[in-house]
Structure formats: structure tokens, C-alpha cells
Design a protein around this ligand. Structure first.
Ligand code: ATP
Length: 405
């Protein structure tokens, strides 16, 4: 019998057991082998499952993307496929009808006869590109030295957003948008956020240069979607920073990149032209390079209010220092006049930086409050950085005589 078994198995198992009879190590070895083979089997099964799923994916027909137009009583839904007519379709058991809204993005089965799942809204890559703040936390009181500009923005942006009926009754058309121009760091973004906050509008920001660099071939579509999104979020302020990246004057359009920028620009103009002055969306554009802007963007009915945001004057600098020192522990007396005097040519952002640097000096000296001397050192540090960035040395020399730190 044993012999028969040996012959049939032909595996030599029996022989091995004869060979290793009484050898404990060898039994252990075999147990390990069994474990290893079991693991191997599991791994191969996973692999088979993976390829089975891949094959399923390859042979299954595609689903159809569609948008819900209406939900009918009785559970049927009117949908419009992305490039076709509208259909009245059913909803499969996996889909919760109560989650469907007009505009929801859904997947239909291959025959287009039923909704098989709800898809996430398509807002990318727009979402990655723009910054949306429902309620910005900047107020007019956070901005120093720009009272006239604030007044103008209140009239041309805030009031029409808050009281459109006033303008409708009077028959006056407020501008659709404004252009803020001036050197960097002087408060253009800050102003746009403050106007949005004070008008109760959503702040939607986009940087022109990023649009041009990151989304080649998609610029025009993104501009269109940006404005659709803003209309949905109205009242809204669309803030386009570095607008010169999209809207600069070109003598000739040669490369495909330039043609693409041109198409994006054309779409921007079409969007601005497409909405009415009293639609509750306003555009605030910003640039440091007004000299290169294409005049088409500044024509009446487009961004026809141009507001300069200059470097702050002495009074402005005092205000900006006070704003940034508001939340800081300070030991009086602080000679604001001297601070303003020493920061001639500084932008608001640089004044803020000087205050931050002063904070570091205080910490380094083991203090939890700032004294005037820290601020003077902070100013000097920022001034040195400015020199490195190319501020004329003569200006610096004549100014540093005043620095008594
Ligand atoms: P850029 O052209 O570089 O975009 P910008 O003009 O939009 O610059 P902001 O981003 O508004 O400048 O300013 C940067 C920071 O500098 C602000 O967050 C704020 O802290 C400070 N700042 C600038 N201007 C002022 C100001 N007038 N009052 C108070 N803070 C200011």
C-alpha cells in the first residue's frame, strides 16, 4: 500500500517523510514552506482579482456625463448630456433622489436611460486656481492712508452691490469694474477684500500670471467658468490680480502662447461685456504695470474707473504703523512722526514687515513688548533689504543720517 502511494504521488513526499523521520528541524522547514506557499497563493489571488477588475474596466462601455435640469414628480429626472439633447430618465436604486438638484452632475448608464450615480461638481481646475473667501475678515479700518480710494470704491462698488435699486431708480449705470494700480504691497488686495467684506459679497480672487502659466490651453474656459461661478455666488467681487499678464498690449501675436493669452483676454472682455452693470458681480482688477495694459480693457463699460494706489505718504505711514501695532503689545512713548519720517518710500507691506522684525528684536531681548528702539531696528533691517533690491544708495545715505539706533 505504502509502495503504491509512493508511486502514485511521484512527489517523493513519502520518501521525504522516510528520509526525515525524527528530524524536527526538517518538519519546521516544511511548515515554513507551507506558510510561504500559502502567502504566495494569496498574493497571486490578489493579482488575479486586480487583473479581473482591470479587464472589466476595459470591456465595460463608458457611462455618460449629464447635468440635472429638473426633477419631476414621481421620481423621473430631466437631464441634459454634456453635448446632446435633454432626456427624461429614471434613477437607479443606489441614487438618493433627494440629493439631486438642478445643475447636479450625474452619470447615466451606457444606454443613457438611468442615473447610476451622482458625481462631484466640476469646479476644478478653477478651484485650485482661485481663492474664494465667503466673508473676508478685512475692514476699511484695517487700511491706512487710502481714505479717498476707499471713498471712491464705496461709491462705485459697495453701494451698487448693496443698493442696486437706488441706481435703477435714478437711471445711472455704475461701472462694472474698477482697476487699481500702483506699486506692490500698497494695499490693492487688502482694499478688494475690504470692499467685499463691507458689501457682504463673496471674494473670488485669481492671479493673471498663474492662469497664463499653469493652464495653457484652458485660459478662456477658466475665465468663463470663473464668471459663471461668481454669478452663482452673487453678490460677489471677482478680484483679478496681475491683470497685465492677460491684458497687456501686444504689437504682434506670433507664438501659440501669445495667441492663447489673446484668446483668454478676449473671453475676459466678452464676460465683462456680457453682464449688466447692476448684476451683483463686480470686477476689481489690479496691476503694477498700467503702462502695458491694452486700452480695450479700460474702455467705457468695462474697467472704466481707474484708481491709483500709491506708496503711502507720511500721514498714511503713521496710520499703517498704528494699524499694525494695534494688536501688538507696545511700550509707549512711540514717536510715530519719527517712524513715518524714517520710512519714506516704504510700502504698507514693508511697514508691516518692519513691525514684525521689531517683534523679533523684542523677543531676542527677552521682552514681551515692543519699544521704539525695536521699531527703529526693524525699519533699518527692511531698509537694508530694500537696498539689496536696488534702492539707490544716495537715498539710503541721506535717510540713514536720521537713524539714531
Ligand atoms: P501686490 O501688487 O504685490 O499684489 P498689493 O498692493 O495687493 O500688492 P497687499 O497684498 O494688499 O498689496 O498688501 C500686502 C500686505 O501689506 C497686506 O496684507 C497688509 O498687511 C499690508 N499693507 C499694505 N498696504 C497697507 C495699507 N495701506 N494699510 C495697512 N496695511 C497694508
Amino acid at each position: 500500500m505504502n509502495n503504491d502511494f509512493r508511486d502514485e504521488s511521484a512527489s517523493g513526499k513519502e520518501e521525504i517523510s522516510v528520509l526525515i523521520e525524527g528530524d524536527e528541524d526538517y518538519v519546521k522547514y516544511l511548515e515554513l514552506q507551507v506558510k510561504r506557499l500559502e502567502e504566495e497563493r494569496k498574493r497571486l489571488l490578489r493579482k488575479v482579482e486586480f487583473y479581473r477588475r482591470e479587464i472589466e474596466k476595459l470591456i465595460s462601455p463608458p457611462l455618460i456625463e449629464a447635468y440635472v435640469e429638473d426633477i419631476l414628480p414621481g421620481g423621473k429626472v430631466v437631464v441634459k448630456s454634456s453635448n446632446g439633447p435633454s432626456f427624461i430618465v429614471d434613477v437607479t436604486g443606489d441614487v438618493d433622489v433627494s440629493q439631486l438638484r438642478p445643475g447636479s452632475r450625474v452619470a447615466l448608464n451606457q444606454r443613457g436611460s438611468a442615473i447610476v450615480s451622482i458625481l462631484p461638481d466640476r469646479v476644478d481646475p478653477l478651484v485650485q486656481l482661485m481663492e474664494v473667501i465667503e466673508k473676508p475678515n478685512v475692514r476699511y479700518s484695517d487700511i491706512g492712508g487710502l481714505d479717498e480710494q476707499i471713498q471712491e470704491l464705496r461709491e462705485v462698488v459697495e453701494l451698487p452691490l448693496k443698493r442696486p435699486e437706488l441706481f435703477a431708480e435714478l437711471g445711472i449705470e455704475p461701472p462694472k469694474g474698477v482697476l487699481l494700480y500702483g506699486p506692490p504691497g500698497c494695499g490693492k488686495t487688502l482694499l478688494a477684500k475690504a470692499v467685499a467684506a463691507e458689501s457682504g459679497a463673496t471674494f473670488i480672487a485669481l492671479v493673471g500670471s498663474e492662469l497664463v502659466q499653469k493652464y495653457i490651453g484652458e485660459g478662456a474656459r477658466i475665465v468663463r467658468e470663473l464668471f459663471n461661478y461668481a454669478r452663482k455666488k452673487a453678490p460677489a467681487i471677482v478680484f483679478i490680480d496681475e491683470i497685465d499678464a492677460i491684458a497687456s498690449r501686444r504689437l504682434e501675436i506670433g507664438t501659440s502662447g501669445e495667441r492663447e493669452v489673446q484668446r483668454t483676454f478676449m473671453q475676459l472682455l466678452a464676460e465683462i461685456d456680457g453682464f449688466k452693470p447692476l448684476d451683483r458681480v463686480k470686477i476689481i482688477a489690479a496691476t503694477n504695470r498700467i503702462d502695458v495694459l491694452d486700452p480695450a480693457i479700460l474702455r467705457p463699460g468695462r474697467l472704466d474707473r481707474i484708481i491709483e494706489i500709491p506708496l503711502p505718504d507720511k500721514k498714511g505711514r503713521i496710520e499703517i504703523f498704528k494699524i499694525h501695532l494695534r494688536r501688538v503689545k507696545v511700550k509707549e512713548p512711540i514717536d510715530y512722526d519719527l517712524l513715518a519720517h524714517l520710512t519714506e518710500g516704504f510700502s504698507g507691506a514693508e511697514i508691516k514687515l518692519a513691525v514684525t522684525e521689531a517683534g523679533y528684536y523684542a523677543i531676542r531681548n527677552g521682552r514681551t513688548y515692543i519699544v521704539l528702539e525695536d521699531l527703529l531696528k526693524g525699519i533699518e533691517k527692511v531698509r537694508n533689504k530694500k537696498t539689496l533690491r536696488g534702492l539707490p544708495l544716495e537715498t539710503l545715505r541721506s535717510e540713514t543720517k536720521l537713524t539714531h539706533v
